[in-house]
Design a protein around this ligand. Structure first.
Ligand SMILES: Cc1cc2nc3c(=O)[nH]c(=O)nc-3n(C[C@H](O)[C@H](O)[C@H](O)COP(=O)(O)O)c2cc1C
Ligand code: SF4
Length: 401
């Protein structure tokens, strides 16, 4: 395999003085972006992101110790060991190229411990979504070389973070602007009905953020903006760079690459899904989420109203208490009524019947083909589309129903 850094004539994304490819690989849990995907992205000169959620699932020895355990402390400790191993393995794979980031959801109970561990294990950047990381500068104060990158969806959220961080003399090293109308996984909108709200559109948020920088006295080129959600063509990349973004971030398209850390059937479910297979629903984390209508999700959505009408507080299904607020455990009828950790772990293993498969709303660059990361970069950055024989797959979802 050719392992040299990929060339592009497009302007580089600069974070902490490091020049990176202007296409970023977003963090994807559970285990979908671990050391292999992130390390290979960085090797080519990109920003590769490990998702910190429940990484012990990639380590049989840690699963042997904790797979049946209901000891929260032991599960959290195993996950920190797994995170440490994944960061070190990704950095080794990257051979000093690119950057390795860790994505940590603010909504996760052990968020602060994941932040500390990531810094200690040598992550180059911490990327936080699913909530406002107001306290991130304090948590990372001992590691000034680690880049801090919040994921936000509107100008209001960006303004809150900037004003709070500026009081601590810190600015984000980049901001990911994720559009809930198109992105995969948890979406940065309060309700399902509001995900298409025009105030989330890239043009409104990018222009509004640049105006906010002017108001706050921040030079316009000081904080790179990274647009995420529904991007799959080189024309979109160019248009967003022209609009004022310094880079774009993709999730689903990286999840289905050869190097993606999930099972091959996970990739096939995402890659073969058609527009009407994709649905937006409420997650137990209390946020809308987007996924493929696979057998478990169809069945759950059929029963959702009934489950919500009976919602009541109960013990965490697996004793892990992964979320600060879990609609299923806490009995919050407005949120999803299932254990997301269990369903995402099934998906990672390629269990089509029982898994929950997060996916964006848009088509993918190579249709249903699973291709290497290098080709994805070469297409988005240089417009080089590989020769792909599009086989018409027997619909994987139908087979498993
Ligand atoms: C399978 C999957 C899991 C994801 N998990 C996370 C996550 O744990 N944290 C996060 O901030 N974003 C997560 N995302 C969102 C991506 O990082 C990315 O921002 C988003 O998918 C971009 O939209 P796209 O899929 O249209 O490219 C996930 C996306 C996918 C496809
Ligand atoms: S029941 Fe809720 S808090 Fe417990 S592991 Fe599942 S998603 Fe996490």
């Amino acid at each position: 395999m050719d392992t040299t850094v990929l060339h592009t004539d497009l302007p580089k994304l600069i974070i902490k003085n490091k020049a990176l490819l202007p296409v970023v690989q977003g963090g994807m849990g559970v285990g979908v972006s671990a050391h292999n995907l992130a390390g290979n992205v960085a090797l080519l000169g990109g920003l590769g992101t490990i998702s910190s959620v429940d990484l012990r699932r990639h380590h049989p020895d840690l699963m042997k110790q904790t797979g049946q355990s209901r000891d929260k402390e032991a599960i959290n400790a195993a996950n920190l060991v797994a995170l440490d191993r994944e960061i070190r393995a990704a950095k080794q794979k990257a051979q000093g190229n690119g950057m390795i980031a860790v994505n940590i959801m603010r909504a996760v109970a052990d968020y602060a411990a994941y932040v500390k561990q990531s810094c200690e294990s040598g992550a180059d950047a911490i990327v936080v979504g699913a909530g406002l990381p107001m306290d991130l500068p304090e948590l990372t104060a001992d590691y000034p070389d680690v880049a801090l990158v919040p994921i936000l969806s509107d100008v209001r959220g960006i303004s809150l973070i900037l004003k709070k961080w500026m009081r601590r003399d810190r600015l984000p090293d980049a901001i990911v602007i994720e559009n809930p109308q198109f992105a995969a996984g948890h979406l940065g909108a309060a309700t399902i009905d509001s995900v298409n709200d025009p105030h989330f559109s890239f043009s409104v948020v990018i222009e509004g953020t640049l105006a906010l920088f002017d108001q706050l006295g921040i030079p316009r080129d000081r904080i790179p903006l990274i647009a995420a959600g529904g991007i799959y063509t080189p024309a979109q990349v160019k248009a967003l760079l022209q609009l004022g973004a310094s880079a774009v971030q993709l999730g689903t398209s990286f999840a289905v690459t050869e190097e993606g850390d999930a099972h091959r059937d996970f990739k096939r479910v995402l890659a073969e899904a058609r527009a009407d297979d994709i649905v937006t629903f409420m997650s137990c984390a209390g946020l809308p989420a987007r996924a493929v209508r696979t057998p478990w999700l169809i069945n759950y959505l059929d029963k959702e109203q009934k489950l919500q009408s009976k919602a009541c507080p109960k013990d965490c299904t697996v004793g892990f208490d992964c979320l600060h607020q879990c609609g299923w455990r806490d009995g919050n009828a407005k949120a999803g009524q299932f254990c997301i950790d269990t369903q995402l772990a099934f998906a990672l293993q390629g269990d089509i019947k029982r898994g929950l498969f997060f996916r964006s709303a848009e088509p993918l660059p190579f249709g249903s083909a699973i291709r290497p990361v290098r080709e994805l970069f070469d297409y988005l950055l240089n417009g080089i589309h590989p020769q792909i024989e599009q086989t018409s797959h027997p619909a994987l979802l139908m087979q498993s129903a």
